[in-house]
Design a protein around this ligand. Structure first.
Ligand code: SAM
Ligand code: SF4
Length: 362
């Protein structure tokens, strides 16, 4: 078995069949070979530095109804919130003083003029008060190309928009089949972002109901062909107030979804050597050291949560979301210790841009 895996890992690229074989590795020794190779490539191409992106969960108000997500518009049990400009800027100041280098502003998908203006205003304020020292990633869903352009001009440089699944049939099993959840629109949005000069991030959920290993292998090939600069992926975790919860009996155990997510990260690192790869918070919902373990499988980005604690319980995408009671300071201390324990260093005070993006535009 060891020789068989090493033979695959020595190749420059993998066939779909080989990707499925690597995804399926679960025995300790075989999985270790894959993760070690990914870790070695990470160190060789981008170093053993972890970059922080302070995560600001700006608003849980969303116009969409994705069947898996706890903050979907159809979940009426939720207390809706939108952070004030002041609250966002306080979180930005914390990130800046802590030398995080970058922040991510994430929210439900809203496209009203008021929402677009508010994000725009925040972007300009962030640039001015931090002298451009904080890099900003947005993750606010599908917007028009004009909105993306406006936000870029006001300082956003990176955008995260997961494809969730690159298989159209599966996409419509986890989203309502209507004009608000159009697969082609999502792909078009990713292309718009690329055209405008953003560092583009995408990704998937692994361990979804109905999802096969072949689907994940296709997702890996899709992300590679799209030539994204950043990837954020994590395990799907059920939420009882969502329609997809009905499929809970068909899910694999959480630990298997966790291992599958790590294998997916490792394969992507081997195939896309110089991208930024995030260790998603959802990993930590399954294993308390899940994000740090992802660093050893090839991830290099961690997103410490900066959302004020009073809002954390209302940004519940899935159950068992970790650290909802910990404030930004506690979160920072806790993460630093664990990252050092895993032998990684933290890239304080640097934007930590995607090397892949820089290399493409040399
Ligand atoms: N609304 C924006 C969007 O959908 O692109 C950004 C915010 S959305 C909450 C961020 C990500 O959360 C989604 O891309 C999705 O992959 C992830 N997510 C939502 N529900 C999840 C669940 N039940 N388990 C794991 N991840 C989930
Ligand atoms: Fe809204 Fe994003 Fe959740 Fe879909 S995944 S319901 S767009 S917040």
């Amino acid at each position: 078995m060891k020789e068989f895996i090493n033979n695959i890992l020595e190749k420059e690229s993998f066939s779909k069949k080989e990707i499925v074989q690597l995804l399926s590795l679960d025995k300790y020794l075989s999985k270790d070979l894959l993760h070690k190779k990914a870790y070695q490539i990470k160190n060789e191409y981008i170093g053993n530095k972890v970059y922080f992106r302070g995560l600001i969960e700006f608003s849980n108000i969303c116009s969409k109804n994705c069947l898996y997500c706890g903050i979907r518009v159809g979940n009426t049990k939720l207390k809706k919130y939108e952070m004030s400009v002041q609250e966002v800027l306080e979180a930005v100041d914390f990130a800046w003083k802590s030398e995080y280098g970058s922040i991510v502003i994430q929210s439900g998908e809203i496209s009203t003029p008021a929402f677009i203006d508010k994000i725009d205003f925040i972007l300009k304020e962030v640039a001015t008060r931090t002298n451009g020292e904080i890099g900003v990633t947005l993750s606010c869903g599908e917007q028009t190309k004009d909105t993306y352009r406006r936000w870029f001009q006001s300082g956003a440089r990176r955008y995260l928009l997961r494809i969730e699944s690159s298989n159209k049939d599966l996409y419509y099993k986890i989203h309502p089949k209507d004009e608000h959840h159009c697969f082609e629109d999502r792909i078009a949005a990713l292309k718009d972002l690329k055209d405008l000069g953003y560092q583009v991030g995408s990704g998937i959920m692994v361990g979804l109901p109905f999802q096969t290993m072949e689907n994940i292998a296709d997702d890996i090939i899709f992300l590679k062909n799209l030539d994204v600069d950043m990837i954020g992926l994590g395990p799907y975790i059920e939420h009882s107030d969502t329609p997809l919860y009905e499929q809970k009996n068909y899910l694999t155990p959480k630990i298997e979804r966790f291992n599958l997510a790590l294998n997916t990260i490792a394969i992507l690192r081997i195939l896309m050597k110089d991208i930024n790869l995030a260790a998603a918070t959802a990993l930590q919902a399954i294993d308390p050291e899940g994000r740090e373990k992802a660093l050893l499988a090839g991830a290099n980005i961690i997103m410490p949560n900066l959302t004020p604690t009073k809002y954390r319980d209302d940004y519940l995408l899935y159950e068992d979301k970790p650290c909802t009671g910990e404030d930004a300071k506690q979160c920072k201390g806790c993460l630093e210790g664990r990252i050092k324990k895993y032998g990684e260093t933290i890239g304080y005070g640097e934007w930590g841009d995607s090397k892949h993006f820089a290399n493409k535009h040399k």
